[in-house]
Ligand binder design. Structure first.
Ligand code: AMP
Ligand code: GLY
Length: 427
């Protein structure tokens, strides 16, 4: 396995920029394409204008361009069956089949799976009849989590603090159809108290190559306040998730999950991403995702050891080394978002200050939504940039990340000022 590969990354966000950046470091990468990509990605890959959900066009492109390895970034094409479409055409792709991606695409299915296999998680029940869901609330204490069953871009979960809020969330999903098909069923789940941690591992369906743990900051404002977002920043390593807890999670949660998926006839090849709450009883699963995290990738890829191309290929070939990547130093990613995000926002704002950072080897600016125009580089979405600072310790990485953020500007830009701070203080 030493040939050089033509590689296609599917997606257009910060995670995909990070994938391209990490793949570009591999001596195995001959040529990298990204569909559809963004202006930052275009600096390292050739971007092709194909939507992530146009599966036949993606497969046609991979066949025509003799792509050796495709990596699907986001969940939507995986849930839609991109891996199955590629396999039918004899094309090599990293990611779970549609049958295995159900681990993320249906919360009701995955919660039942956790129960069948005794995987630690909160108590829950699933409903499609509003009156039954509302009657069940009488057995619950508050807060309680009300979740749309299907994919809802991180917006399908309500932490209801009162019965009224829970009824509102149930009604939104089951009656008003706010989440469309994704919300035709709801899961009502016990509220788990604690801090969240993300742990990702690459799987070949049998073995796991475990990556460093990280912690996302989902709420928009400092101190974990305000509405949820796609993720405002991330850091790694996570001091409150020490070595023995990492080992316990790998041995007693992730490995049994991979074995159970195989036993159920849905072998999971891809990135298994466990979103967990660190409760007083130990880590409990909030959910699995079936792809790399965003912005988790932005701190994990720059610090993990190992050649990502070798690992992705080994996963596809079924000969992944069962190992842990280990980690070099620490990383903190601060997301710079458009004014108004996660609500309404404008795009097309000029981005300044990136040139001065291009030569730094302790700063990487990952683009989540940017566009090149005649006037220059402009914003093109809610989360615009993920500014990753690297350092020997979390405190160093935090200083570096914010020093870089302070050199970048666009009208209305906002970011959290406390990414990683609690963890660094606890070191
Ligand atoms: P999920 O999409 O299931 O990961 O939920 C999104 C977010 O909602 C999580 O990252 C948590 O912050 C929160 N959440 C989900 N379920 C629970 C729960 N049972 N207890 C506490 N917080 C939860
Ligand atoms: N950081 C959350 C996610 O990737 O789903």
């Amino acid at each position: 396995m030493s040939s050089r590969l033509r590689i296609l990354v599917v997606g257009s966000g910060g995670r995909e920029h990070t994938l391209v950046w990490k793949i570009a470091q591999s001596p195995r990468a001959e040529k990298i394409y990204c569909a559809p990509g963004n202006a930052g990605i275009a600096q390292q890959a050739e971007c092709v204008d194909i939507s992530v959900l146009d599966l036949p066009a993606l497969a046609d492109f991979a066949a025509q361009e003799k792509i050796d390895l495709t990596v699907a970034g986001p969940e939507a094409p995986l849930a839609a069956g991109i891996v199955d479409v590629f396999h039918e055409r004899g094309l090599r792709i990293f990611g779970p089949t549609r049958a295995a991606a159900v681990l993320e695409s249906s919360k009701a299915w995955s919660k039942d799976f956790f129960s069948r296999h005794d995987l630690p998680s909160g108590f829950f029940a699933t409903f499609d009849v509003p009156a039954h869901a509302i009657a069940y609330l009488d057995t619950q204490t508050y807060p309680v989590a009300v979740k749309a069953d299907g994919l809802a871009a991180g917006k399908g979960v309500t932490i209801a603090h009162t019965r009224e809020e829970a009824i509102e969330a149930i009604t939104d999903s089951l009656v008003r159809g706010v989440f469309g098909e994704s919300g035709r069923r709801v899961v009502i789940e016990e509220f788990l108290q604690g801090q969240e941690v993300s742990m990702m591992a690459i799987s070949d369906g049998e073995h796991l190559y475990a990556l460093p743990a990280s912690q996302d900051h989902k709420q928009v404002f400092d101190g974990d306040t305000g509405p949820n977002t796609g993720g405002m920043g991330c850091y790694s390593p996570v001091p409150l998730f020490p070595e023995e807890m990492y080992e316990h999670t790998l041995e007693d949660i992730l490995k049994p999950t991979i074995a159970a998926m195989a036993a159920e006839g849905r072998p999971f090849v891809g990135c298994l991403y466990a979103g967990m709450m660190l409760t007083s009883e130990g880590p409990k699963l909030l959910e699995y995702n079936c792809r790399f995290g965003d912005p988790e990738a932005q701190v994990v890829f720059p610090t993990m050891k190992g050649d990502l191309v070798d690992l992705l290929e080994a996963a596809i070939e079924g000969d992944l080394p069962a190992a842990e990547s280990g980690q070099n130093g620490a990383a903190v990613c601060v997301v710079m978002a458009s004014g108004g995000y996660p609500g309404e926002y404008d795009t097309g704002k000029l981005i300044d200050g990136l040139d001065g950072l291009a030569d730094r080897d302790d700063v990487v600016v990952f683009h989540a939504a940017s566009k090149e125009t005649d006037e220059g580089l402009v914003t093109a979405g809610g989360r615009v940039l993920g500014v990753t600072g690297l350092g020997d310790s979390l405190s160093d990485a935090i200083s570096t990340a914010y020093e870089a953020v302070d050199q970048i500007s666009f009208e209305g830009a906002h970011c959290r000022r406390d990414i990683g701070r609690r963890a660094a203080g606890g070191q």
